[in-house]
Design a protein around this ligand. Structure first.
Ligand SMILES: CC(C)(COP(=O)(O)OP(=O)(O)OC[C@H]1O[C@@H](n2cnc3c(N)ncnc32)[C@H](O)[C@@H]1OP(=O)(O)O)[C@@H](O)C(=O)NCCC(=O)NCCS
Length: 163
C-alpha cells in the first residue's frame, strides 16, 4: 500500500473502467479521462488527503482515496472514501488492507468522519462487509437516487468516526 503517483493513473483508470461500463457500482457513466484522474490526485495532494494504490508483484491492483464529502465549509472534517480492486484481486484481503491504510492516513490528515456511499448492485457485494469489518455502521439509505443502465439505483450510506 503506497501513495499514488501520476504514473499509476493509467492502471487506476483501467481498474475503474469495467465498473463504469458494466455495472451500477459507480454512478459515472463515462470513464474518467486521464485529465480527470490527474485532477483527482492533485486535489487529494493539495488537501493533504490520501490517494493510495495497492501494488502486488509490481502491478497496481487496486486504489482508494478520500475526497471531501460536500463542498460547504462546515463539512471540512468529513470525507467520502472510494475503493476499487481489479476483479481478479477480490476476496483475498487486499481491500481490507487498503481501506485500513486509507483510514490510518485519514486519521493523520485530521479527518473525523468517513462516509461510504454504496450502490445497490451485485458487483458491490463485497463493499458492505468490507466497511463493516473496518468499523463502519449503516447510517442511511437514499432511495432511487441514480438511474443507470435503465434502472433506478439506491445507495446505502455507511459511516465511521475516526476521532
Ligand atoms: C469492495 C472491495 C474493495 C472489497 O475488497 P476485497 O479485497 O474483495 O475484500 P476482502 O477480501 O478484504 O474482504 C472484506 C470482507 O468482504 C467480504 N467480501 C469480499 N468480496 C465479497 C463478495 N464479492 N461478496 C460478498 N462478500 C465479499 C469478505 O468475505 C470479507 O467479509 P468478512 O469480514 O465478513 O470476512 C472489492 O471487492 C471491490 O473492489 N469490489 C468492486 C468495487 C466496489 O464495490 N467498490 C466499493 C464501492 S463503495
Amino acid at each position: 500500500m503506497r501513495r499514488a503517483v501520476v504514473a499509476d493513473l493509467g492502471a487506476v483508470a483501467a481498474i475503474l473502467e469495467p465498473y463504469v461500463t458494466g455495472t451500477c457500482v459507480t454512478f459515472d457513466e463515462v470513464p474518467p479521462s486521464s485529465a480527470d484522474w490527474e485532477r483527482r490526485l492533485d486535489d487529494a495532494d493539495a488537501r493533504g488527503l490520501p490517494f493510495l494504490v495497492a501494488e502486488l508483484e509490481g502491478a497496481v491492483v487496486g486504489y482508494a482515496y478520500a475526497a471531501p464529502w460536500r463542498p460547504k465549509a462546515a463539512y471540512r472534517h468529513t470525507v467520502e472514501d472510494t475503493i476499487y480492486l481489479a476483479p481478479q484481486t477480490q476476496g483475498e484481503g487486499v481491500g481490507t488492507r487498503l481501506l485500513s491504510a486509507l483510514l490510518d492516513a485519514c486519521t493523520v490528515a485530521g479527518v473525523r468522519q468517513v462516509v461510504a456511499v454504496i450502490a445497490d448492485d451485485p458487483a458491490a457485494a463485497g463493499s458492505v462487509p468490507l466497511h463493516r469489518r473496518l468499523g463502519f455502521e449503516v447510517t442511511g439509505v437514499l432511495r432511487d437516487v441514480g438511474v443507470k443502465h435503465g434502472r433506478s439505483v439506491s445507495t446505502m450510506l455507511m459511516q465511521r468516526t475516526l476521532h
